[in-house]
Design a protein around this ligand. Structure first.
Ligand code: 9MR
Length: 449
């Protein structure tokens, strides 16, 4: 009896197996392709690219003028392509396009890939949506850049959206000052030359900052007078090299502590309390026309720090130290500072008859003291957008004579220092990882209305 039962069960399992084999697909599920940023972008064409999908026979490429693919470029509504790229032609110069791709195997069609944004070179049709155009000639709209990110889609974005650049790192002491009397100009020159070739302003960052002291200087064993001479020679060499090419410099960066008080840097220790004034003076001697800024962060919310920053600036002015402006870095959060806090801070700069630079703008959607998000919720996204808008509104409303630039601290989300600093995901900039404009960009534009 038991044997008969086992036999029947085995028969059933065999039967089921046989059925399922007949019904099963002949191979694995067709994977979704990954689209890559366009290359060879020019006025009327670009090369759309994507990754290989195993066992795909061809691909279907969509190219559209709208992100939701409601209006296709002629012949690009599921254009069949047998390669992993396609040169999309007969386009309009300076125009935003989007593409996506699907893989095909027989009658099977995969899901859509990610969407890639690309702007053809030339004059943008919808110029009013470009940051620098919208800001007219009232002030520069800047971006922090690096010498390795000046071509391809970076180049397209920089040259279409921005009128100014700042080296995020490569014009700092740690990069340039390789030893006593020796300098590495390679990256700094590349950035400045790029700006000149593209008619873009350069803001220099930063001559003296405790956060970028070369290790050989930190362990310097010479006298204090020799150390001071090194700093003098450094400032003179850097400013002199870029006379007529760099419009402005952050001369001293972050000299005041969080919570107030003079920051105890190597410069303070070796050169004394007067080091800040000396650095400004040396920069002025090297270039009589360059704009000289003091640059710092968190001054809108840390009121003790705010007081000490403006006390420092008052002291410089009282002593006729050449200072032209203040950089408020603006590494801020979706919910802080408030517009009023920001306005109060800004008014303190204007009251001192100094130019204002929002010099390192980014807006964290994850703030330290709130619940951390792993995906950006619609509510948080809106709050972040509104903070961008407020910041730009405040800046745009100041009198023209005080305006200089708003500089955004990077281009794409995934390249922001914020992600490393806080070791979590965030979306602090204007473009996503594929160079697509985000609502933060819209917030910036709305602030310019
Ligand atoms: O964004 C910069 C990051 O890539 C560097 O690792 C870091 C150290 O050089 O500096 C960051 O930029 C800072 C800027 O130079 C001064 N203000 C604070 C910025 C963020 O730390």
């Amino acid at each position: 009896m038991k044997k008969i039962f086992v036999g029947i069960c085995t028969g059933i399992v065999f039967f089921l197996n046989a059925c399922s084999k007949d019904d099963a697909p002949s191979s694995a599920i067709l994977a979704t392709p990954v689209a890559n940023p366009a290359t060879e972008i020019n006025d009327t064409s670009f090369k759309a690219k994507w990754n290989f999908v195993s066992s795909a026979q061809n691909y279907l490429l969509d190219v559209s003028l709208s992100r939701d693919f409601t209006d296709f470029v002629t012949n690009y509504n599921a254009k069949s392509v047998n390669d992993l790229n396609d040169i999309v032609m007969n386009l309009i110069g300076g125009t935003q396009y989007y593409y996506r791709v699907r893989a095909v195997r027989g009658t099977e069609i995969s899901n859509y890939s990610n969407v890639i944004s690309v702007i053809t070179s030339g004059t943008f049709v919808n110029a009013d949506t470009l940051l620098k155009v919208k800001a007219a000639n009232n002030f520069f709209v800047g971006a922090a850049v690096s010498s390795s990110r000046l071509s391809g889609a970076y180049n397209t974005l920089i040259t279409t959206e921005f009128s100014s650049i700042t080296a995020e790192n490569e014009m700092k002491m740690e990069t340039i000052f390789t030893g006593p009397g020796t300098y590495n100009w390679t990256q700094a020159d590349a950035i400045v030359d790029y700006a000149i070739a593209n008619n873009i302003n350069v803001h220099g960052h930063a001559l003296v900052w405790h956060g970028s002291v070369p290790s050989w200087m930190n362990s310097y064993t010479g006298t204090d007078a020799e150390f001071e001479q090194l700093v003098h020679d450094y400032i003179t060499a850097v400013v002199t090299r870029y006379v007529g090419k760099v419009t402005s410099w952050d001369v001293v960066n972050e000299a005041i502590n969080d919570g107030g008080g003079t920051r105890n840097t190597i410069f303070l220790q070796k050169m004394g309390a007067n080091y800040i004034a000396k650095c400004f003076q040396w920069a002025r001697e090297a270039d009589p026309n360059v704009l000289l800024f003091y640059n710092d962060y968190n001054t809108s919310t840390d009121i003790s720090k705010q007081n000490d920053v403006y006390a420092l600036i008052d002291d410089l002015k009282t002593n006729n130290v050449p200072i032209d402006g203040v950089g408020l870095q603006m590494h801020i959060k979706y919910d802080s500072p408030t517009k009023q806090e920001l306005q109060t801070d800004v008014d303190k700069v204007l009251a001192r008859n100094l130019k204002l630079h929002f010099s390192e703008l980014d807006v964290r959607a994850n703030s330290n003291d709130s619940q951390v998000l792993n995906t950006l919720t619609p509510e948080r996204k809106l709050a972040q957008k509104m903070k961008y808008r407020e910041v730009v509104e405040v800046y745009n409303a100041i009198p023209a004579t005080y305006k200089y630039a708003i500089t955004v601290w990077g281009m794409k989300y995934n390249e922001s220092w914020i992600l490393n600093q806080f070791n979590r995901v965030d979306w602090p900039l204007l473009f996503d990882n594929s160079f697509n404009r985000k609502v933060t960009h819209t917030g910036f534009l709305e602030g310019l209305e």
